[in-house]
Design a binder for this molecule. Structure first.
Ligand code: ADP
Ligand code: MN
Ligand code: MN
Ligand code: MN
Length: 339
């Protein structure tokens, strides 16, 4: 019997790309192959040269449709077989390959916020809910909004074969988090994009939208980030490499270079309040949720492990963030330890 392949790709919306998908029926025994789409409708081409190419790069069981149906993650190419300008995955590939010997691993914490209409889920029609305090990892109908969607999304991610390490309710009502990893750079970024697609798709059935807006409610409400946990083999075996990675992220022009590619609207989130460090000051520290980069307390005790870059926005592109972190840290580690 033929099956359904949902081709998923990242569009050219500025300043933050969006996910798109469409369905192809594939005959029994055949694999999802190269396909195309109208780039003039996705901010990826003009009407006169609108054809763009979808190249399948990873396939997952489709937990929405079930059966032998699949989700197919694609890179966008031009008709002459070159990566399209919006294709940030193509830029990660060579960097991941160059430093594969250091065995980099990432765990990314994806925070997001549910909305019903124009209000965050759990916010009353007018005015505001009780101030932050009881919502983070809360329980009960007065604190928790959308758990049935979150549980369904988690089940869908697991059925899709994704490496999810956990979920939790966040500091603002209607705000949640899931974590993808630890995985190598390409896999963590591929899986995070698929998990995002599954989030939107799962919530759709409940009449709820999910947003990665880094500051979805103005005022005294936490923003949404994508804390990026990172290690290499050397960092997993010794503390000198942990410190060198933290130092490398703060050296020369690196803080500025990273911040400007960590997601649109980052200055509005990294204010120095709400468990953030100011966007224009780099710092690192043990257990410090007010630092740009945190060394978890257990890592300091064990003298090995991983670091947490707390700066990336919820709306950051994981292909870009993992490329920058690998490039900056692995280049420095290569030099420092002549690996
Ligand atoms: P937080 O305390 O900041 O909320 P979480 O538990 O939400 O931390 O997320 C920690 C993430 O770090 C998880 O995704 C986990 O898989 C990841 N992680 C654990 N060990 C490593 C490691 N050695 N290298 C990279 N990531 C790791
Ligand atoms: Mn977390
Ligand atoms: Mn969090
Ligand atoms: Mn975190």
């Amino acid at each position: 019997m033929s099956y359904k392949a949902e081709y998923i790709w990242i569009d050219g919306t500025e300043p933050t790309a969006r996910l798109r998908s469409k369905t192809k029926i594939i005959s029994d025994g055949a694999e999802p192959d190269t396909w195309g789409f109208d780039g003039s409708s996705t901010n990826q081409a003009t009407g006169h040269f609108s054809d763009l190419v979808l190249r399948p790069v990873a396939t997952y069981p489709d937990p929405i449709r079930g059966g032998s149906n699949v989700l197919v993650l694609c890179e966008v190419l031009t008709v002459d077989d070159r990566p399209h300008g919006s294709n940030t995955r193509a830029l990660l590939r060579p960097v991941a390959e160059q430093f594969a010997g250091q065995e980099p691993l990432f765990g990314i914490e994806q925070e997001y916020t549910f909305f019903r209409g124009s209000r965050p889920l759990g916010f009353p029609e007018a005015g505001y809910p009780a101030p932050q305090g009881g919502y983070y990892c809360g329980v009960g109908a007065d604190e928790i909004f959308g758990r049935e969607i979150v549980e369904k999304h988690l089940d869908n991610c697991l059925a899709g074969g994704l490496t999810i390490s956990g979920i939790n309710a966040e500091v603002m009502p209607g705000q949640w988090e899931f974590q993808v990893g630890p995985l190598n750079p390409l896999d963590v970024a591929d899986q995070l994009w698929i998990a995002r697609w599954l989030l939107y798709r799962t919530a759709e059935d409940f009449g709820v939208s999910a947003t990665l807006d880094p500051k979805p409610a103005k005022g005294d409400w936490n923003g949404a980030g994508a804390h990026t946990n990172f290690s290499t083999r050397a960092m997993r075996s010794g503390y000198d490499a942990i410190i060198e990675a933290c130092e490398a992220l703060g050296r020369d022009d690196k803080p500025r270079e990273h911040i400007k590619q960590y997601g649109a609207g980052i200055e509005a989130r990294l204010t120095g309040a709400h468990e953030t460090a100011p966007w224009n000051e780099y710092s690192y520290g043990v257990s410090d949720r007010g630092a740009s980069v945190r060394i978890p307390w257990q890592v300091e005790v064990d003298k090995k492990g991983y670091i947490e870059d707390r700066r990336p926005n919820a709306n950051a592109d994981p292909y870009v963030v993992t490329r920058l972190v690998v490039d900056t840290c692995c280049t420095a580690l290569d030099k420092a330890f002549l690996l």
